[in-house]
Write a protein that binds this ligand. Structure first.
Ligand code: EPZ
Length: 420
């Protein structure tokens, strides 16, 4: 089990290149199933979750060829679908595997996908994915922990209203609708930038999609999609994470490739908390303004404060002046970083889905354990700001979502090393 050792106290200074967005790349890789012609992608991040998705896609018949000499560039091609089964042993490792369901149904009119099961942060059902596909004519059965879906002679467009603006359901349904007969309307669609990125890629492949990024998306189905090319958008969660690390250490960094509108409401909350965000050549500059101030946030679907930035924000508020009320409304169990932060001297009280954080002068190093992807990186932020030498265990979670984390942080002055 790899560990990371961080000696805190050094202000981060310099340029951090922001990688391609994990949560845009995952659905876009699945979209390769929709066509038998090549899909050329650039800026694909080198992450464990991406490797998992490529392994699953290979079993289904999608070939992925890395372009020599161009890291992050690859050509995907699904000449023929070889299998329509996404097995449990792969899906349980990476729940985003469920994003192959819509594309398989659209192209092959059948799919057998393991139910993803819950994960550390919550039960995470997929009922909205399934009810939307049923409205498009799919027959769905749940048996032995699998979704068995079939669509006879193909899906038909439908009017679908999502009970909650689910990112995954919006993505699955948008991909399914691209090859359905007729028009599909998705009401109360998720508005995350990753939805827009997927729609942009699908349109490059010939899909007819209007309204992505808003709450009403209209898709006119096509008989087939053709070759396309797309550059994955920058990862706003990675960028937000490093912006908070810079502020927590009293540093000043440029986030290469990032632009302000990708932050949504989180940008305003970060600024209120004392993170200065300025546009800079080729990216955004993040630094600590005059002190860190306790700030209340409530996570919401985009453009609200991203749930994927909540744990990181809590770490930052642990060393702010005053108190912060942090409320998690998206997932039911996303405070697992709290006990680990408290081991480092944080003063946090959890009441249901809210955590009251009272700022302390300094956190103290302590051996801590990562539990899920974003909780892990909140401990990295805390360790960078803390006094002393922190040892982080179970850091494989980090490799799922942060490309070359220790390299990127060391390059801006962090005293960090990884021990195999
Ligand atoms: C995506 O997960 C992201 N993952 C998550 O990032 C992110 O936290 C989440 O969106 C919210 O922004 C990927 O994009 C791969 P949802 P997803 O469907 O699609 C409920 C990370 O750290 N819901 O928008 O699974 C669900 O329980 C990961 O990178 C249903 O009830 O999220 C949750 O409460 C973690 N029924 C809420 O909606 C459904 O059918 C939002 O879930 C689907 C969802």
């Amino acid at each position: 089990m790899d560990r990371i050792i961080i000696r805190g106290g050094t202000p981060l200074k310099g340029r951090i290149p922001v990688s391609g967005a994990k949560n845009a790349a995952l659905p876009i890789l699945a979209a390769a199933i929709l066509s038998d012609e090549p899909l050329r992608l650039t800026n694909v991040p080198d992450l464990a979750d991406i490797h998992s998705m490529l392994r699953l896609l290979q079993i289904l018949g999608v070939e992925a060829r890395h372009v020599a000499g161009e890291p992050g560039s690859m050509e995907m091609r699904c000449t023929d679908v070889l299998s329509t089964v996404a097995p449990y042993e792969l899906v349980r490792k990476m729940r985003a595997s469920v994003l192959v369901l819509g594309p398989l149904l659209a192209r092959e009119h059948e799919a057998r996908v393991s139910l993803p099961g819950g994960c550390a942060i919550g039960t995470r059902p997929i009922d909205l994915h399934l009810s939307g596909l049923e409205r498009m004519g799919a027959r769905i059965e749940l048996a032995e922990g699998y979704v068995q879906a079939s669509a006879g002679d193909g899906l038909a467009g439908a009017e679908i209203r999502l009970a909650v603006p689910s990112v995954g359901a919006t993505e699955n349904l948008m991909m399914a609708a691209s090859l359905a007969r007729g028009e599909t309307v998705i009401e109360n669609a998720a508005r995350e930038p990753e939805i827009v990125d997927l729609a942009t890629c699908l349109r490059a492949m010939g899909a007819l999609i209007e309204g992505a990024g808003g709450e009403r998306i209209v898709i006119e189905g096509r008989d087939r999609l053709h070759a396309g090319a797309h550059a994955i958008m920058p990862d706003r969660i990675e960028a937000g994470t490093y912006a908070m690390a810079a502020a927590a250490t009293g540093g000043d960094v440029v986030l290469g490739g990032m632009h302000r509108d990708l932050f949504g409401a989180a940008g305003a909350s970060l600024e209120k908390a004392g993170v200065r965000l300025e546009d800079a050549p080729g990216g955004m500059r993040a630094s600590r303004a005059n002190g860190l101030h306790g700030t209340d946030v409530m996570t919401q679907p985009f453009p609200g404060f991203a749930t994927d930035l909540q744990a990181q924000f809590m770490a930052l508020m642990c060393v702010a002046d005053g108190a912060s009320m942090i409320t998690e409304t998206i997932f039911e169990n996303r405070f697992m970083h709290v006990p680990e932060l408290m081991r480092m001297g944080a003063n946090i009280t959890v009441q249901g889905s809210s955590a009251l954080v009272r700022g302390v002068d300094r956190l103290k190093a302590a051996p801590v354990m990562a539990t899920d992807l974003r909780a892990s990186v909140s401990l990295v932020i805390a360790a960078l700001a803390a006094e002393g030498r922190t040892e982080l265990n179970r850091i494989y979670h980090l490799d799922r979502g942060y490309e070359r984390l220790e390299r990127k942080l060391a390059d801006v002055g962090a005293d960090i090393e990884r021990i195999a």
